[in-house]
Design a protein around this ligand. Structure first.
Ligand SMILES: Nc1ncnc2c1ncn2[C@@H]1O[C@H](COP(=O)(O)OP(=O)(O)OP(=O)(O)O)[C@@H](O)[C@H]1O
Length: 410
């Protein structure tokens, strides 16, 4: 309902008049695309990508580009930014369309093509209506080609997290459409992935039709992360951020392969923690709490997604770590504890060998650390297992699993 402009707002003490901590929290949203002068340390990548898309500005074909880099390296941001600028810079008489697809959401060919058609379609211009569901993949492609030809000379399509797409043919069909005479509009695809081997895994036909240039994004260093956050300081009210907040958030994010997403998440979260705390300013302790929270979330995702047997193995190591003085335990000792847990929870007990493999998998995921201990020629090699995270946090997370909860009542 639209508010009645004639009614003046009532000062009700139940509600705060403005936010104590944030003045424009949207600046800290992950999907937020900052203006050019707030983008830090990516001039070279922006220029390179612009060169690849340059054709579109003049009414020719843009090139396809594959962008690689770790999470939070600014790949999506730079792609959106440059395609937007290409659109604005188009010569007169040249119409450029842009569309962004998150392949984590639209992970089938049909979903991706129907999303593209819907996003690029301006019904007022094309007089075409694109139903969200219900058509076959080939019908959606036909609609997409119609939508493109009715509106654009060129279109730039961003396929983010392309490795999560469960069918690669979309890359092939988009790349071949113009050449195959299906459309007059030219298509440039920016495909983004965290996985460097993505292209090698593509099927030969897709690979040969998706001719592309590659761009690699390096992680940010702590100074760049700091600058990224300073550029968004106005998300907070004046004077609310104490001096140590941004450097500390940058230091935490730099530890995590220079992830800008993490830096911004910690900063936003620190603001929220300060608010919940009733504080007037955001302080170092709020950043530390936000970081712990983020750790817990990351961990929760890893542990929650683990199979039940892996949870039982981790629970065994956790119980020892919580109750014993030590923090590292021989596999045989952890296995004994695991047997007790399985017995109590009425679960199958895996062989020692399978149990060792599970711990190795958890070490690979960064949940457990395994150290080899050499006990001399007679004693042989033994493995010591240690939890990387605080055992209380691990325990709490594992016990979120309904099955494991039975153990808590032990
Ligand atoms: N150079 C930068 N300057 C300003 N903000 C940045 C920069 N790089 C990244 N960010 C911000 O960090 C967050 C994550 O960036 P982005 O989504 O572009 O990363 P990504 O490399 O695409 O990560 P992912 O692979 O997880 O999608 C966004 O909020 C973005 O605005």
């Amino acid at each position: 309902m639209t508010p009645d402009p004639s009614s003046s707002s009532v000062d009700d003490p139940l509600f705060e008049s403005g936010h104590r901590i944030f003045s424009n929290k949207d600046l800290l949203k992950i999907g937020h695309v900052p203006e050019a002068d707030r983008i830090v340390g990516r001039d070279e990548e922006i220029a390179k990508l612009a060169k690849r898309l340059n054709g579109a500005v003049h009414g020719y074909s843009p090139e396809n580009v594959m962008i690689y880099g770790k999470t939070g390296a600014g790949k999506s941001l730079v792609s959106r930014h440059v395609s937007q600028r290409a659109r604005n810079a188009a010569e007169s008489g040249v119409d450029i369309g842009t569309a962004y697809i998150d392949c984590a959401e639209d992970n089938t060919e049909t979903q991706a093509v129907s999303s593209l058609a819907a996003k690029l379609n301006d019904e007022a211009v094309t007089d075409i209506s694109v139903p969200h569901t219900g058509l076959s993949t080939s019908k959606y492609y036909k609609l997409l080609w119609k939508v493109l030809d009715a509106q654009f000379d060129s279109v730039i399509i961003i396929l983010d997290e392309i490795d999560l797409m469960n069918d690669d043919s979309v890359l092939m069909k988009l790349s071949r459409a113009e050449e195959a005479g299906k459309i007059d509009c030219s298509i440039g695809v920016i495909a983004i992935s965290n996985k460097i081997q993505y292209i090698d895994k593509l099927n030969e036909r897709v690979r040969s039709s998706f001719q592309h240039k590659e761009l690699f994004f390096k992680p940010y260093d702590a100074n760049q992360l700091r600058e990224i956050m300073v550029n968004r300081e106005d998300a907070f009210r004046d004077g609310v951020l104490s001096d140590e907040v941004i450097p500390l958030s940058a230091a935490f994010a730099a530890q995590e392969h220079g992830d800008a997403r993490k830096a911004i998440d910690i900063l936003r979260h620190a603001g929220e923690v300060a608010y919940e705390d009733g504080a007037e300013t955001v302080q170092e302790k709020h950043v530390r709490q936000a970081q712990q929270h983020a750790e817990k979330d990351r961990f929760r995702e890893l542990v929650n997604g683990a199979p039940t047997q892996a949870k039982a193995a981790l629970l065994a190591l956790t119980e020892l770590s919580v109750t014993a003085d030590d923090d590292a335990f021989l596999t045989s000792r952890v296995y004994d504890q695991y047997e007790r847990i399985c017995d109590h929870l009425e679960m199958d007990v895996l062989s020692v060998r399978r149990f060792r493999d599970i711990l190795k998998e958890q070490a690979f995921l960064g949940v457990v650390e395994i150290e080899k201990i050499n006990k001399g020629s007679a004693g042989g090699i033994h493995l010591q297992n240690r939890l990387i995270e605080d055992p209380h946090v691990v325990r709490e997370t594992i016990l979120e699993d309904a099955w494991m909860q039975d153990w808590a009542s032990e």
